[in-house]
Design a binder for this molecule. Structure first.
Ligand code: G6P
Ligand code: ZN
Length: 537
């Protein structure tokens, strides 16, 4: 029996950089999750008889929203829902399942690296048939629908057992509970030389941050690759991630950092985020920035079986350093610069224009799925270490010697009042035209603009994607407001300095002039009242 439930719109269901993210308390309002899920289904075609993938990162509310989504999907006409056991699917594993099972799309329940628990964050993202995040034309239609919705529809059925593998029926729809790891692990075995990694006898520490990658890492790293038991830390997904931010950066994964800087550090250290799409790479005594990691992975990818024929192109988000562009130039392949947000890579990957993509926000991935993929990056690094017999530090230093070094850092000012942050950005945009030629210490502005992206595959244009100020000589500062926060505004300031020869500098020292210039240009202290960033990554 299908039942209609009258409802009224919520005015705050506009998807951000990566789906709808709100406090759990917001999602707990009657009809809130239902409205959003129903709005997704109302704007997509082809549901009759189609397959839908559903899973999430295990955070607080995950199971409840999955049960609801199953009943609404059954009423919307889907023939089959594929759900990860226990409601678990990492974002890249969901992307893979959508692709290999020919699904119409998938619902990924996650707020990524944001904390979880009754007072923290929840999120819902819709991915399309290519396995990637819905493009803006879909999210815009979805947002419009959330503003007019007046009913949601669900089959009347009890909750199902999410922990029992196999098939059950909900209304006319078959719900198939699958092992969340198996298909993903099989894909990784195809892309990477598991026997070589095994034979290299490397030591490793992987911090799953009590989030979704735990089961994946246990199976792939410890069972299939033979890393010692205990290699995977915090390997059980918890609804509140143990009270931590499941954000793999030097602040939130500082224990891993300390392990990797200790005298007896293992060869390789890595961490992933809430939903398993981000990665942090730290070699023994060597932290690798996400921008550098992208460049180094691209330069060495041919060493892994999945990329032995080379890359078609490399794509990076605009605030990501230009290190990858130098690799593309050397390989003689195109480099693409897209706005922040993985969704912008989808078209390039689908068109076969790019093979590897990456973002400064700790995301790296390839055309194997349509999401960034934390464990993929870890395995490609391991494959490279095994194939070369070199340490992360040696690979990094040799890379910089060959290509030069893009010193890089991101300064985040969190929880800034939205009005103040908007004023800062507006003021900055107004002065763009007069910046070129201005001097800040030794730095001279070459160009300044508000980044706009012209998608080469479909001609779509995305404007206002961040203010970039380029200095003569290749240094740069970028200003952008985060699109993923759930309260106030986060100002991100991305700092970059290129040095062809001086590759052994200290990042903080090397960026000091640019930090000062950034404040002079944007009036960060004046607008935010903050003298220091909250997070430096
Ligand atoms: C999510 C997206 C990424 C994006 C990041 C940026 O993680 O999946 O593709 O880079 O958000 O977040 P921001 O907070 O800077 O908008
Ligand atoms: Zn994530």
């Amino acid at each position: 029996m299908i039942r209609d439930y009258p409802t009224t719109p919520f005015t705050d269901q506009k998807p951000g950089t990566s789906g709808l993210r709100k406090k759990v308390k917001v999602f707990q309002q009657p009809n809130y999750a239902e409205n959003f899920v129903q709005s997704v289904f109302d704007v997509i075609d082809g549901k009759q008889g189609a397959t839908l993938v559903i899973g999430g990162d295990g955070r607080f509310l995950n199971r409840e929203v999955i049960q609801v989504a199953i009943r609404i999907a059954a009423a919307a006409g889907f023939a089959r829902a594929i759900v990860g056991r226990g409601g678990i699917l990492s974002t890249p594993a969901a992307s893979n399942l959508i692709r290999i099972r020919g699904a119409l799309g998938g619902l990924v329940l996650s707020a990524s690296h944001n904390p979880g628990g009754p007072d923290e964050d929840f999120g819902i993202k819709y991915n399309i048939a290519n396995g990637g995040p819905a493009p803006e034309k879909v999210t815009e239609a979805l947002h419009a629908r959330t503003l007019t919705i007046d009913r949601w529809r669900a089959v009347e059925a009890d909750d199902i057992d999410l922990d029992a593998l196999g098939e059950v029926k909900v209304g006319e729809m078959i719900v198939e509970i699958v092992d969340p790891v198996a298909d993903y692990a099989a894909l990784m075995e195809k892309l990477f030389d598991f026997p070589a990694i095994r034979a290299a006898n490397l030591t490793m520490a992987f911090d799953a941050m009590s989030a979704v990658t735990g089961p994946y890492a246990h199976d792939i790293l410890e069972n299939r690759l033979g890393f010692a038991p205990g290699t995977v830390r915090n390997g059980t997904p918890l609804p509140d991630f143990g009270g931590h931010h499941p954000d793999p950066n030097l602040v939130h994964a500082h224990e891993l950092y300390e392990t990797m800087m200790a005298p007896d550090a293992p060869d390789f250290g890595a961490a992933s985020d809430g939903d398993g799409d981000r990665n942090l790479i730290i070699g023994r005594h060597r932290f690798v920035t996400p921008s550098d990691s992208l460049a180094m992975l691209a330069a060495n990818a041919h060493l892994a079986p999945g990329y032995k024929d080379g890359l078609k192109g490399i794509a990076r988000s605009m605030p990501t350093s230009a290190a990858a562009d130098r690799v593309a130039a050397k390989l003689g392949i195109p480099a693409y610069e897209t706005p922040t947000g993985w969704k912008f890579f989808g078209n390039l990957l689908d068109a076969g224009m790019a093979t590897i993509c990456g973002e400064e926000s700790a995301g790296t991935g390839s055309d194997h799925v349509r999401e960034k993929d934390g464990l993929w990056a870890v395995l490609l690094w391991l494959n490279i270490l095994a194939a070369t017999g070199k340490s992360v530090d040696t690979i990094a230093r040799e890379h910089w010697a060959a290509y030069g070094r893009n010193y890089y850092a991101r300064h985040d000012y969190e929880g800034v009042e939205s009005d103040r942050a908007d004023t800062l950005m507006a003021e900055l945009r107004r002065k763009l035209a007069t910046l070129p030629g201005e001097r800040f210490g030794d730095l001279e502005v070459e160009t300044a603009d508000d980044f706009a992206y012209h998608d080469p595959t479909d001609g779509s244009v995305s404007r206002n994607q961040g203010v970039r100020v380029l200095f003569v000589g290749g240094s740069r500062v970028v200003f952008r407001l985060s699109g993923t926060g759930t309260s106030g505004a986060t100002l991100r300031v991305y700092l970059e300095r290129f040095e062809a020869d001086a590759i052994d500098g200290d990042t903080t020292d090397m960026l000091a002039d640019i930090v000062a210039a950034a404040d002079a240009i944007a009036g960060i202290v004046r607008h935010t009242g903050r003298t220091e960033p909250d997070v430096v990554t």
